[in-house]
Design a protein around this ligand. Structure first.
Ligand code: PMP
Length: 434
């Protein structure tokens, strides 16, 4: 295993952070628990790279976990933010910027007629579920094991034991009574889905799914599974929610809905939508969204919803996606990366699969065929990944500090950066499989 590189300034900052912040971080995965070692404290970032507090530079494949489709500190986005900041950071009143961003979202996403802004992806999913319950008058929701939808109580739920219908809390602090309203099914299981709807279809307010599950590996679904889900929701009057917080604007301008030619009833967004600033949204057909306050009886609000800086960054981001060049470039770079890694896999005969969809990728350690659900991820992936991760980190390539998180490409990852990454990945894989 590669010797850890000394990062004394990051270590000192981490020690300081741990005295005033739980685990030293604002979000748990940043603490490096799954891979060990010292989290890198970022000093500044530009394009495809960031520099840490010790002055070391990294080619970044985390990209803030998705928002930075155009890379760090893209001039169009930073200029839009600076100009907006000079006009005032927040108004708590309507402004043109939110209308412009809403128009861009509605124009780009299949079937979307109305959109409401939030400050995070978590707020978007939580509010979409409340709206679904408000619209249907039903309480029960269904989710899938391996999909993450943020940290609202009703979504931090794991499957109950055995054939139990009711979910159980996956975090302390989530009441069992709340978790019991959420049921959890396996992905990629048509029979389980049919059985669920046969028994509970009439009670189901909504089914929420990441149409491109990217939070426990990249679990690419069969189009037929998503189609069946759409059909069953329609047949039983349950609303289908596509959580496109990662996939939205990334796998296509119109997200997974465009890619699969499917229309959810509601869709949730975050990440890319805010161009790196705190922002989320949920949207759908007018007849559903108009049931939100002030027109309707389902409540949603936010002091910073529609924040002018986030709207300006989002407008700069989404405007860049209209002519299709960004997505064509991302696909080319993705193909370049995939070809390089698959060549190395074939040459070395590693038990490893490189999963990719557009600018999302994942190293599936131990896998030989497609993996569509988390319980199919081979055991031992975690240990192998930790070695691989540190081999990359020591050579200046930053991947997610967890075997089950995906990698993100941006337009700042040019041909040269991808070639550099292929070389480093290959060397680090040789070490990890040694
Ligand atoms: N849904 C999905 C699919 C996500 O990936 C995430 C965050 N990774 C969320 C919801 C929650 O978004 P946020 O972290 O902005 O609250």
């Amino acid at each position: 295993m590669t010797e850890p590189v000394p990062v004394p300034r990051s270590q000192a900052l981490f020690d300081r952070a741990c005295k005033v912040m739980p685990g030293g971080v604002s979000s748990p995965v940043r603490a490096f628990r799954a891979v060990g070692g010292t989290p890198r404290f970022v000093a500044h970032a530009a394009g495809a790279r960031f520099t840490d507090a010790d002055g070391r530079s990294y080619l970044d494949f985390v990209m803030s976990w998705g928002p930075l489709l155009l890379g760090h500190a893209h001039p169009a986005i930073t200029q839009a933010i600076a100009a907006a900041a000079a006009r005032g950071a927040s108004y708590g009143a309507p402004h043109e910027g939110e209308v412009e961003l809403a128009e861009l979202v509605v124009q780009g996403y299949p079937g979307l007629e109305r959109v409401r802004f939030t400050s995070s992806g978590t707020e978007a999913t939580q509010s979409a579920i409340r709206l679904a319950r408000g619209c249907t008058g039903r309480d029960r929701i269904l989710k899938f094991a391996g999909c993450y939808h943020g940290h609202a109580d009703g979504l931090l739920v794991a499957a109950g034991s055995g054939a139990a219908t009711f979910g159980t809390p996956s975090s302390a602090g989530v009441p069992a009574a709340v978790a019991a309203l959420t049921s959890v099914l396996p992905l990629d299981d048509d029979a389980a889905l049919r059985a669920w709807f046969a028994r509970h279809g009439a009670e189901t307010a909504a089914v929420i799914i990441e149409p491109v599950p990217a939070n426990e590996g990249l679990l690419l679904q069969r189009p037929g599974f998503l189609r069946l889900l759409r059909e069953l929701c329609t047949a039983h009057g349950a609303l289908l929610i596509f959580d496109e917080v990662i996939s939205g604007f990334r796998v296509a301008r119109g997200g997974a809905a465009e890619l699969h030619g499917l229309r959810p009833d509601l869709a949730t967004f975050g990440k890319i939508l805010g161009g790196g600033l705190p922002c989320g949204a949920f949207g759908g057909r007018a007849e559903l969204l108009e049931q939100l306050a002030p027109n309707g009886r389902t409540y949603h609000a936010g002091t910073l919803s529609g924040n002018p800086l986030a709207m300006a960054a989002g407008k700069a981001m989404l405007s860049a996606l209209v002519d299709g060049r960004v997505h064509r470039q991302l696909e080319q770079r993705g193909q370049q990366l995939q070809a390089g890694i698959e060549r190395a896999i074939a040459e070395h005969r590693w038990p490893l699969r490189f999963e990719r969809l557009g600018s999302l990728f994942w190293f599936a350690f131990g896998a030989t065929g497609p993996i569509r659900r988390p319980d199919a991820i081979p055991a031992g992936a975690r240990e192998r990944y930790a070695k691989f991760f540190h081999g990359c980190l020591a050579r200046g390539v930053y991947l997610a500090p967890s075997a089950f998180e995906v990698g993100f490409l941006s337009t700042a990852h040019g041909e040269a950066e991808i070639a550099e990454a292929i070389a480093v990945f290959t060397t680090a894989l040789c070490e990890a499989f040694a």
